[in-house]
Design a protein around this ligand. Sequence first.
Ligand code: GLA
Ligand code: ZN
Length: 656
Amino acid sequence: MKIGVDYYPEQWDSSLWKADADLMAKTGVKLVRIGEFAWSRLEPKDGEFCFEWLDEVIKTFSRHAMGIVLCVPTSCPPLWLYETYPDIIRVDADGKKLQTGIRAHRCINAPMFNYFAKRIAEQLAQRYANDPAIAAWQIDNEIDAYPCTCEACQGQFRDWLTEKYDTLENINSAFGNSVWSGNYSDISQIKPPNSYPRAWQNPALCLEYSRFSSDSAIRFVKDIALVIKKVNPKAKVTSNLCFCDNMPDIYGISGELDFVSYDNYPPLKRDDKADEKLSAAFCLDFIRGAKQKNFWIMEQLSGPTGSWAPMSPAPRPGQIKGYAMQAMAHGADTVMFFRWRTAVSGAEMFWHGLIDHSNVPGRRFAEFAELCKLAPKLSVIETTELVSEIAVLYSSDNERAFDIQPQTEGFDYMKQLEAFHAAFTGYGANVDIVSPRTDLSKYKAVVAPAMFVYDKASAENIYRYVIKGGTLILTARSGVKDPVNNCIMETLPTVYREVIGAVVKEYDPIGIEEQTITDFAGNKYKCSRWCDILELGTARAYAEYADGFYKGSAAVTMNRYCSGVAYYIGTVCGSDFYRKFASNIMKQTGIPRLKDLPEGVEVTTRTNGLDDYIFFFNNSENEASITLPKEMPSIIDGSEKSDLKLGPFDMEIVRK
Ligand code: GLA
Ligand code: ZN
């Protein structure tokens, strides 16, 4: 594993650069990310480029054989650019321009912004893309698919729709515009959704606008990557992804990157929900699934987080090191910490780095230094990856369509993915989170939660998987919408009726009310949010409703279909149900289970095809003991281990 840091030379007096580089080198830092927000220092005036300081920074760090991750600073254009071309600023849903002097407030569709963004990228590439010190390029920062409503976006959205639908009549018909006299008689009437409650707006228009915004972000990343690759086709290009409100389609954007990188801030503070798990495991598996490859952490938790919200608690002893190793356990080979030293000025001065404002390295830095010492011992892991027998399918269309029309109080698409992920990983299994269009044949079990919006390729892929012998788990609110986000005029779950061998006779959107289901073995579980009342065709009941007016109707079904099996869960349950259900599925499909893992212990396996390395991470504040079935050598200290004693946030890695 390689350890790096994020560094902002433009925020410090140049007299600090050398001392910082010396300490980094002494500590074992191998990579430094720079330049992310430095446009105004790189191009202080239109066309006046100033790279000498960056030359010096690169020299200062590469002298110590540290690799440089150089950023294309398009997230923060300089003020002169806003003044000259006021149209490059983002416009919010109410038509109000965002404030200048913040960040990510530029419109990635504004033509003049694109011109200047490509120019600065080209200048940087010409100067540095063939410099061996540059390990990788980061495009922009946490790029999002903000639904900007500026003139450029409106015009390009109309073109985007025309390209897709050809004529205005087709758009009217696809959007169902006869409802509420919404027919467009002229293309100029097509407007982005605004801040008026979503419930009043056309769901088809809302979904198409978010797809358009996502395509715009992907196009932008692709254009900038091309600028760099034109100068050096071998340059490695990434963009640091994060789970933000307007995330571009993760599979689309990752397709433009040589490798995926991610900003990893594991939660340090529980929301009020008692059953919420404090773990980054789900997000890390999600990110690995983006390209189904190992990835980098571009920003890793270094201290109390703050600035955007009241400050979080400080990372507990063990968390700085442990959470970096947890990322590795899920497929990260490089972990870069945000940030070396906490900023003393600007909006982010309370989002803490490894070193506090005082510039005196403290407890957190000492733990980081320990990690740097350990990292070279883990190089054997770098040639390994996670191989999973279980997949959970994610689709941005589904997520967005549920955001546009939340189904009932408490019904949460992402929480369902998380519930299945938690259930299977709770038995120590690797779990992939992947696109419904990906090749599923390698999985023994595939969970497809709430496949709300129909996508032909995904549905065919899912059928192919079951026909060839796969085990599918589908859940309520599948097959509801056509690709444009209108309801399908067929009995639910429409396209999936055949594979599940049952139909939804009626549904009861119970929201936060609770009911009970009983499974075939007589176990009782609470359910809520949604109840599909199922009528069996070829399927058998796995669980039935135990109360209410549909008492005795099937709530969960199981159907043999061709060589495979399809389960349908028509309601939403608590973790006890999913845990038992996952256990049954694993038993039937022959996926090994670790049954008695202590609370908080997370287990994953990385393999190179010959050797398997098992990671035991104690993601809790209590000590945990695990007995291995036989003695196994530890990668961390080389000794043979059969009884593991893990302190809070400790990681042990053994070779199987
Ligand atoms: C994000 C950004 C960073 C920084 C951190 C902490 O992850 O990418 O630039 O702002 O948040 O605030
Ligand atoms: Zn715009």
